[in-house]
Design a protein around this ligand. Structure first.
Ligand SMILES: [Zn+2]
Length: 331
């Protein structure tokens, strides 16, 4: 991931000059490589024999060996599990880790993947650690673009944007990852995956690996039929079931954003939805797109409370259909 290099070099510089921030909030698009960046920063921080100015760990010392074996005791990751949120007991564990002495390295590194998935209680618990930092702990908080982080947390971090790489860099990385596989996806599919991923290479790879492109095709088909009144909501929702709810929400959020782009005179990111959103954009005021985005975000939150994913898909589909002119819907 060559686009991480400048960011790593900057961290190395801060480390060399003894002005490493206690907490950093890395934000970037989904699938741009935030987690990988955090892991590489951690490796830099614990390495004992890194060359001054280098953004790479030595790869040889005991610390590096522990990192390679994925068993370094001074690097911890706190991420949402089944609950889809970082729980308060995870943050409490982080706080204890932060005040304890490092076991083998000079630093302890705590990665919160993701800081935009902290509820109020977990956020407040984390705040204590941010306010009274131990000297030897470094916190790396990850935030997906478009998902808010509590302002009290944000204000105590150095903000570090991780930009999406240029198209040629992303394309090169993606094809290098796929090279040598038994079945290499065609260049058209690779380009479509990158396009749908907004240029985020890791996400594009995930889309190719998960069969998303094929499932999206089926969902698109059902969606177009449903919008014209050709199939029932139950039939349309079935086509989305294979995607899983998380991917369904991502897809629909992408389409709602495409609707907003179309209303503003721009092009849809998903070529498959372009005609539909153009049609809807002509007949609806701009706030309807925002209303859809809000409904999708609400759906995401509702899932944390174990709301039925099927019902949420139905509800969102109906909301989309309400943007159609009445006579088309009746048909
Ligand atoms: Zn090393």
């Amino acid at each position: 991931m060559p686009w991480l290099t400048p960011v790593l070099e900057r961290f190395a510089q801060d480390l060399d000059q003894g002005r490493l921030p206690h907490a950093t909030l890395v934000h970037g698009e989904r699938g741009v490589g935030k987690r990988r960046l955090a892991e590489r920063i951690s490796a830099l921080l614990v390495c004992e024999r890194r060359a001054v100015g280098s953004g790479e760990p030595c790869g040889q010392c005991r610390q590096c060996q522990l990192v390679t074996g994925d068993s370094h005791p001074d690097i911890r990751v706190y991420q949402p599990e089944k609950s889809r949120m970082v729980r308060i007991d995870q943050v409490r564990a982080l706080s204890q880790f932060a005040v304890a002495s490092p076991q083998v390295a000079h630093f302890k590194v705590a990665i919160v993947d993701r800081a935009d998935q902290l509820n109020i209680n977990a956020g407040n618990a984390l705040l204590k650690t941010l306010e009274e930092p131990a000297a030897d702990v470094v916190l790396l908080l990850l935030q997906e673009t478009g998902r808010p982080v509590l302002p009290t947390i944000r204000s105590r971090c150095r903000i570090l944007p991780l930009a999406t790489p240029r198209a040629n860099v992303a394309t090169g990385w993606l094809s290098a990852q796929l090279a040598g596989r038994d079945e290499v996806p065609g260049t058209d599919d690779q380009a479509l995956a990158l396009h749908l991923a907004g240029g985020a290479p890791r996400l594009a790879l995930e889309l190719l690996d998960s069969g998303f492109l094929q499932q999206r095709e089926a969902a698109l088909d059902a969606f177009r039929q449903f919008m014209k009144g050709g199939v029932s909501v139950a039939v349309a929702a079935r086509a989305f079931r294979d995607l899983g709810h998380e991917a369904t929400l991502n897809l629909m959020e992408g389409w709602a954003n495409d609707l907003a782009r179309s209303m503003a005179g721009g092009d849809a990111r998903d070529p498959g939805i372009s005609e539909v959103v153009k049609y809807l954009a002509a007949g609806n005021p701009p706030w309807r797109a925002q209303q859809l985005v809000d409904a999708i975000r609400e759906s995401r939150r509702a899932l944390v409370n174990n709301v039925s994913p099927e019902l949420e898909t139905d509800r969102l589909l109906i909301q989309w259909q309400e943007l159609m002119p009445r006579r088309r819907r009746a048909g």
